[in-house]
Every structure is written in structure tokens, then in C-alpha cells.
Design a protein around this ligand. Structure first.
Ligand SMILES: NC(=O)c1ccc[n+]([C@@H]2O[C@H](COP(=O)([O-])OP(=O)(O)OC[C@H]3O[C@@H](n4cnc5c(N)ncnc54)[C@H](OP(=O)(O)O)[C@@H]3O)[C@@H](O)[C@H]2O)c1
Length: 244
């Protein structure tokens, strides 16, 4: 398959890129070209398949459009787009600045919207699959998550409507909702013993996740045999959203 990954240099994105590179062609991106090139170099030594990529700012529609155009030029066609771009802002609503909320929505909601908006052109002919990242924080009330929880809930609602709109093109659109996962995004929590212990305790399984935990579900969702799964937000969260 020909797979495009946005946010591919992050914790979950790089793990997916490395795993999917063994039997798929990949086009990857994030804002830092050096990181994109380093990941391509690392993967290239262990895979005979094609991999390339470039930088983009997924919070801007024009950049997502150009990126997907480049991906299609390189791959020849696109079967699947995975958007791992995201951010984290932990603040109560009363101290959240307008600029901060704008940034959270641009990075999370606008990037997911852009992927669907501009990905349609490339998936409309043969169908395909889009995966976005929501969050377990949108499914359970967690303190100080107002901005990110509402942005991630918007992604799940976007996925629901878009999966209906594009179903007649056989484009399946799903979201994954992680609990707390050990990645660069969450270093400020996981490097602090008190915050880490508090967070573990919120998860039914009493431990936080690893990027590897997402490989089975993503591999399964993009598999054409999963062609009856669409419009879902699937929690992979150690029980954060529903097990106490
Ligand atoms: N880790 C968790 O606990 C957790 C929990 C719930 C949901 N999620 C969601 O899961 C997804 C993956 O998270 P992660 O933990 O792997 O995060 P991460 O390690 O911070 O990776 C995020 C990736 O997105 C890229 N990125 C950020 N802003 C971008 C932009 N404007 N344009 C292009 N690329 C951009 C980053 O690279 P550059 O900075 O170099 O651009 C990086 O490659 C995100 O949507 C996140 O919100 C994660």
C-alpha cells in the first residue's frame, strides 16, 4: 500500500512509520526537515520499499495541500493517510489565552480537517482509509484539559460526519483515541514522578501506554479486509476513558 503519515517524526508517528515501512511505500512529514530526513535514513537501511518525505505545517491548509500533492507525485497514488500531528495544552479555561486556544485548534482540528479536505482528491477514485488521532481526554472529564479535550472531540465529530459524506467513494475515516502515552508530547508529565503516578492511577490498567500499542490497531484499520469499519473513534487508552 501507499501510505502518507503526517506528524511522522513524533513518538507514535515514528513508531508507525518504522513498522509500516516493512511492507508499504511511505511518504512522511512534519515541520522539521532534519528530523524527517533522519527518519527516512534510519528506515531506508532496513527496508527495500520506497520512502520519502518533506516538511509541512499541518495547521495551515495550503501546506497540507502541497504536502499531499507531493506525496501523490512521489507515490503515484495514495491508499491511506494517517494524521499523527497533535499538541497538548494543560490549563483551565480561565487562564487559557485566545492565541493558545487558536494554536491547539489549528494543530489538531485544522490539520485533521485539511487531511480530509485535500485527501479526498486522491482517495476518491479507488477509495482508501484516513486515520486521525483524537484523545481519551475527549471521552472523560479530566481537569485542565478544556482546550485539548474540546479539540479532540471536534476531531471525533469531524470523523463521524466525513465518514458519512465520503462513504459512497469507499473512503473509510476513523479516529484513534489514546490515553497517556510515553512520547515527546508528554515528557513534562512522564518525567515528573508525582504527575506520572497520578496519571497511571487514572488508567484502569494502572500504567501508561507506549507507541507500540498503536501498531496492531492501525495495521488492522488500514487493511482492506477491515472495509466495514468507518466513522469510529477507537479508544486505545489502558482504560482511561471507561475503566476505574
Ligand atoms: N502521547 C499521548 O499521550 C497522546 C494522548 C492523546 C492523544 N494523542 C495524540 O496522538 C497523536 C500523536 O501524538 P504523539 O504523542 O506521538 O505526539 P508527538 O510525539 O508530539 O508527535 C507529534 C508529531 O506532530 C508533528 N507536528 C506537530 N505540529 C505540527 C504541525 N503544525 N505541522 C506538522 N507537523 C507537526 C511533530 O513534529 P514537529 O514538531 O517537528 O513538527 C511530531 O512529528 C497526536 O495527535 C496527539 O494529540 C497523544
Amino acid at each position: 500500500m501507499n501510505i502518507v503519515i503526517l506528524g511522522a517524526t513524533g513518538g507514535i508517528g515514528s513508531c508507525l512509520a518504522e513498522n509500516l515501512s516493512s511492507n508499504n511505500n511511505l511518504f512522511i512529514g512534519s515541520r522539521d526537515l532534519n528530523k524527517v530526513n533522519s527518519l527516512i535514513e534510519k528506515i531506508n537501511t532496513s527496508s527495500d520499499l520506497n520512502i520519502s518525505g518533506t516538511k509541512l505545517d499541518a495547521s495551515k491548509f495550503d501546506s497540507v495541500k502541497d504536502f499531499l500533492d507531493s506525496a501523490n507525485n512521489y507515490l503515484g497514488s495514495i491508499d491511506c493517510i494517517i494524521n499523527c500531528v497533535g499538541s497538548l495544552l494543560l490549563k483551565p479555561a480561565h487562564t487559557t489565552l485566545e492565541e493558545e486556544l487558536d494554536q491547539v485548534y489549528r494543530t489538531n482540528v485544522f490539520s485533521a480537517f485539511g487531511v480530509i479536505k485535500f485527501g479526498f482528491k486522491y482517495l476518491r477514485k479507488n477509495g482508501g482509509s484516513i486515520i486521525c488521532f483524537s484523545s481519551a481526554a475527549s471521552m472523560v472529564g479530566l481537569k485542565n484539559h478544556e482546550a485539548i479535550a474540546s479539540a479532540k472531540a471536534a476531531i471525533s465529530s469531524l470523523v463521524l460526519s466525513a465518514s458519512s459524506t465520503y462513504s459512497r467513494y469507499n473512503i473509510r475515516i476513523n479516529a484513534i483515541a489514546p490515553g497517556l502515552v510515553e512520547t515527546p508530547l508528554t515528557e513534562s508529565i512522564t518525567n515528573n514522578k508525582m504527575s506520572l503516578d497520578y496519571s497511571k492511577n487514572l488508567h484502569g490498567l494502572n500504567r501508561i501506554g507506549k507507541p507500540d500499542n498503536f501498531v496492531p490497531m492501525v495495521t488492522s484499520l488500514i487493511d482492506p479486509k477491515s472495509d466495514w469499519i468507518t466513522g469510529q473513534t477507537i479508544a486505545i487508552d489502558g482504560g482511561l476513558s471507561n475503566v476505574k
